[in-house]
Ligand binder design. Structure first.
Ligand code: G6P
Length: 621
């Protein structure tokens, strides 16, 4: 996601800021910028694209000063352009800030500020913050920041500087990480950063801010204050913060202490699922708000049919989307591999809505399929993670998954983000095509529970030994069958794909009942069959399929729900996940399968994050 670094001290700021941004590159970004203050005014330089571009810009138009802030942006609101890059400044050009997070009431605030005469230069939600601070400024920066934030809903790590307060940096945290770096030696300097990696070259002594805390830094010291009540007439409460000593090395920090990016991304899912829903759920109305679909909503709602097209893991998400949309919105849906769709003269016209699902937004086949659909007159919709990517730009409307950069080649958090967004689209469409408000509210509340439920799955697997046993028992097995029915048939496909991709073991995903039309011939003594069997409407059917495997000497791993009665005797290993609505259950059942593939691959000594022959973004057909 986005990265922040700030410096105030006795050294030239810009080389330190650029070094900090470089250290944050691994997080993924699409534009970058710096603002430096030298006592005679703010100098802002920003550039779309990689840091090299910003470095060249700084060579051509250097900035000077011993205080500054800098940012790498991973676009969420607005395309990855230079205008949208941070820092953003107010109308007078005297206040600048960088921000990580999302401002949920951006629309309302922007309209209000425009009515007051503020002029915006970007499409970002962040820019409203700097104008709000400008509006609230009376005599000092920290008061203006605190006052402005009383109007803001959302999450932020925010770092602000102002010409009117030379030598001072104000930093606030609410829902996005932020820390202060204090000097290790006797230099007069302070750092602020969203991630300790940015400043590790200079200090290992840091103070981690908590939500609702504000820090004021200058070259000689810092102060930390509690924000609650402040800006609303209350007084700021100073708080004592402990200094932590960072012992990790840089590489460990980039992965957040996890051994691999894939594991980090699996564990981020409670947050990324929450981010996919943030600001989009309407509890009272029992529906969803999806701004990116407003302009084409009528075409979507009144379409005769939908086609969902994608590749790889995104194609599995598409299959689950088909089940969701047909069951709840009563919309006829077909799912197509993008590579097939583009070349087979599909029947698609103005009455068809085509959804392209892609984490990267750059997959060549998906892009070509989407263009083909548009050429035939269809309304094209994107479910994309990377903001401003080609698919996101070329579709008529879309919904971003907001999963943050996915670095592990095998997709995990992007997949659950896609499923969450498909559920939101289903909910909104279903509510307009016959779903009652009560049912809608039930879906909203089930969605709200999901992040905590995913966390429970992750915590259980950390403590429990069921995965240990599975990894121990099957890491050397050459063949696996993954079986599921209904909503969890695509999860069987996804579980098998995860194992293949990263552990190089052969795994085949199948609809459980289809097994007897072929794959059953493979089952011999000891062959592992992984059943995805929550207690849903097809549970009894899948229990019969489990018995068919057991009767032939196969060994069964069952992923089921906490309420299932499956006698453990019938299965060799059982992993239970919380129960949710049938259409959302795949978001929970996939998590143990991601972990299982990961653990087996690690055990086999495979390169988990960069498996052989695979690419993160396949831009060739
Ligand atoms: C590659 C990746 C997969 C991904 C697929 C589709 O094969 O290795 O993880 O699912 O491309 O990528 P997309 O970016 O379009 O979702």
């Amino acid at each position: 996601m986005c990265g922040i670094v700030g410096y105030v001290g006795e050294r030239e700021a810009s080389p330190l800021l650029m070094e900090g941004l470089k250290r944050l590159e691994y997080r993924g970004y699409d534009s970058a910028g710096v603002a430096v203050e030298n006592g005679a005014g703010l100098q802002i330089r920003k550039k779309a694209g990689k840091l090299d571009g910003l470095t060249r810009l700084l060579q051509d138009r250097p900035v000077e000063g011993t205080m500054g802030i800098a940012h790498t942006r991973w676009a969420t609101h607005g395309a990855p352009t230079t205008d949208n890059a941070h820092p953003h400044h107010d109308c007078t050009g005297t206040i600048a800030l960088v921000h990580n997070g999302i401002i949920e009431n951006e629309d309302v605030l922007r309209t209000k500020l425009q009515e007051l005469g503020h002029e915006f230069e970007s499409e970002t939600d962040t820019e409203v913050l700097v104008h709000l601070i400008e509006e609230a400024y009376e005599d000092n920066l920290e008061h203006a920041v605190a006052a402005a934030l009383t109007q803001v809903e959302g999450t932020y790590a925010l770092v602000v500087v102002s010409e009117r307060d030379p030598g001072k940096i104000v930093a606030v945290r609410q829902g996005a990480p932020l820390l202060v770096g204090v000097p290790d030696g006797d230099r007069d300097e302070r750092f602020v950063a969203s991630d300790v990696a940015a400043i590790l070259g200079h200090t290992r002594k840091v103070i981690y801010l908590e939500d609702g805390e504000l820090a004021i830094l200058d070259r000689e010291g810092y102060e930390t204050l509690e924000m609650s009540g402040w800006g609303n007439g209350g007084a700021p409460q100073p708080i004592e913060k402990e200094i932590s000593h960072v012992t990790w090395d840089l590489e460990q920090i980039e992965r957040g202490g996890f051994d691999h990016f894939m594991l980090k991304e699996i564990c981020e899912q409670p947050d990324t699922i929450r981010d996919a829903m943030r600001g989009r759920l309407l509890e009272e109305e029992g529906t969803a708000r999806l701004g990116g679909l407003n302009e084409i909503w009528d075409d979507l709602k009144d379409a005769d049919r939908m086609v969902i097209t994608a590749c790889g893991t995104s194609w599995h998400a598409a299959l689950i989307g088909e089940y969701m949309l047909e069951e709840h919105a009563r919309m006829p849906v077909e799912v197509e591999y993008a590579s097939e769709f583009r070349y087979r003269s599909p029947v698609v016209d103005e009455d068809t809505a085509v959804i392209a699902i892609s984490q990267s937004g750059e997959t060549a086949d998906t892009l070509a399929a989407m263009r083909e659909a548009k050429r035939r007159g269809a309304t094209a919709i994107g479910i994309v993670n990377v903001v401003g990517s080609t698919i996101a730009r070329e579709t008529d409307g879309g919904v971003y998954t907001h999963s943050g950069p996915e670095i592990g080649v095998a997709s995990t958090k992007a997949f659950t983000g896609q499923l969450t967004v498909l559920a939101l689209i289903t909910l909104k469409l279903a509510r307009e095509r016959g779903m009652s408000i009560l049912e809608g509210r039930e879906v909203v509340s089930a969605l709200q529970e999901l992040p905590a439920q995913v966390q429970r799955v992750l915590d259980a697997e950390r403590e429990d030994s069921s995965l240990d046993e599975i990894v121990e028992a099957y890491s050397e097995q050459p063949n696996f069958l993954y079986l599921g029915r209904g909503y969890n048939f695509p999860i069987a496909l996804e579980g098998a794909l995860k194992l293949k991709e990263i552990s190089y073991l052969h795994a085949e995903g199948y609809p459980a009942a289809e097994m007897k039309h072929g794959p059953i011939a493979l089952i011999e003594e000891g062959m592992p069959a992984v059943f995805v069997a929550p207690t849903d409407s097809v549970y009894q059917k899948i229990v019969s399929n489990i018995q068919e495997v057991k009767a032939r000497g196969g060994r069964v791993v069952a992923i089921t729900t906490e309420d299932s009665q499956t006698p453990p005797a019938e299965v060799d290993h059982i992993i239970r996940v919380p129960r949710t609505l049938e259409m959302l259950q795949p978001i929970l059942t996939v998590v143990p399968l991601q972990l299982m593939a990961y653990r087996i691959a690690v055990r086999r000594g495979c390169d988990v994050d960069q498996p052989r022959n695979l690419a993160k973004s396949v831009t060739v057909e």
